[in-house]
Design a protein around this ligand. Structure first.
Ligand code: SF4
Length: 295
């Protein structure tokens, strides 16, 4: 006769099973993104930007577990920028990395003083702070010869950026899984591009990462970003799965069904004739110089 399992034991077993499934789903999502965009290649030296938030811990953890079974050999180093924010627990990241046997480097640069001096009180500091952080991290990567910089942005960050650009920037652009930095010197990779924020948060709790909050500086994200996040959350609540569909749309773009003449050659579409085309001014005639008409 089988002994009846204690309910708490059953609960624990179920939880362990769910945790294993979540880890597998996230590993799978990261593996898929790496393969789809060729994020990591043989011999890569990858610098993982580790802020100590849930996203960057999850990124490091998943890359470490994939590294063990990857079809290519690559190097991982965790790099943290100590921005000298008041109360920053500087030992947390190096201690954890040491325990896990992960090479780790801390760059010390007091961007906090710069930002608080330059940005007027009450204004959000995140944009300047991020710019300075990027500068410090990229310079370090160049100096130390890392050819890839891994960032912890996930699917929901990418969607939020897409809508911010759409609503306030007038451009259709998001954050790509792989990007050459503006100066052309660094390849930025976002292996969590296919991962949902809610699952990352759950994973970070399960794995008990030592989370360092990003608000030690007392700053807040912009109102616009907050509004976009609220909008996306509300949509997802009302229409489960909508965010996934929208994210999929980012990789199913039909330039011929948008209106960017730089992406699709509308001008020669169906014309079949090589004659010289009248320019915009010729079409507008005397209306060309109407004041205030910039449409
Ligand atoms: S919350 Fe603070 S540390 Fe984080 S990006 Fe904004 S200013 Fe920088």
């Amino acid at each position: 006769m089988h002994a009846v399992e204690h309910p708490s034991r059953t609960h624990e077993r179920k939880q362990a099973h769910e945790a294993a499934r979540l880890a597998k789903r996230l590993r799978h999502a990261v593996g898929r993104a790496i393969a789809d965009y060729n994020l990591i290649e043989d011999g890569d030296r990858v610098m993982v930007c580790l802020s100590g938030g849930k996203d960057s811990w999850t990124l490091l953890d998943l890359l470490l577990s994939l590294q063990a079974k990857a079809p290519v050999k690559f190097e991982l180093t965790a790099v943290n920028l100590d921005q000298k924010q008041p109360g920053f627990p500087e030992h947390v990241i190096p201690d954890y990395c040491r325990e896990r046997g992960v090479p780790c480097h801390v760059i010390e640069q007091d961007t906090y003083s710069v930002v608080t001096r330059v940005v007027p009180e009450g204004k959000t500091m995140c944009s300047l702070c991020s710019r300075l952080r990027r500068g410090a991290l990229y310079a370090f990567a160049e100096r130390e010869g890392f050819n890839k910089i891994a960032l912890g942005h996930h699917r929901d960050d990418i969607l939020a950026t897409f809508f911010l650009n759409l609503f306030y920037g007038g451009t259709l652009k998001a954050m790509p899984p792989k990007l050459l930095s503006d100066d052309g010197k660094h390849v930025l990779i976002r292996p969590l591009s296919y991962c949902r924020e809610a699952e990352i948060a759950e994973y970070a709790t399960q794995r008990a990462f030592p989370i360092i909050p990003c608000n030690l500086c007392g700053s807040q994200e912009t109102l616009q970003r907050k509004q976009v996040r609220r909008m996306l959350d509300a949509w997802e609540r009302e229409h489960p799965g909508r965010n996934e569909i929208m994210f999929r749309a980012l990789s199913h773009v039909a330039p011929s069904h948008l209106a960017d003449t730089g992406l699709f050659d509308f001008t020669s579409l169906g014309s079949g004739n090589e004659t010289v085309r009248p320019d915009t001014h010729a079409w507008l005639g005397s209306d060309a110089n109407l004041p205030g008409d910039d449409a």
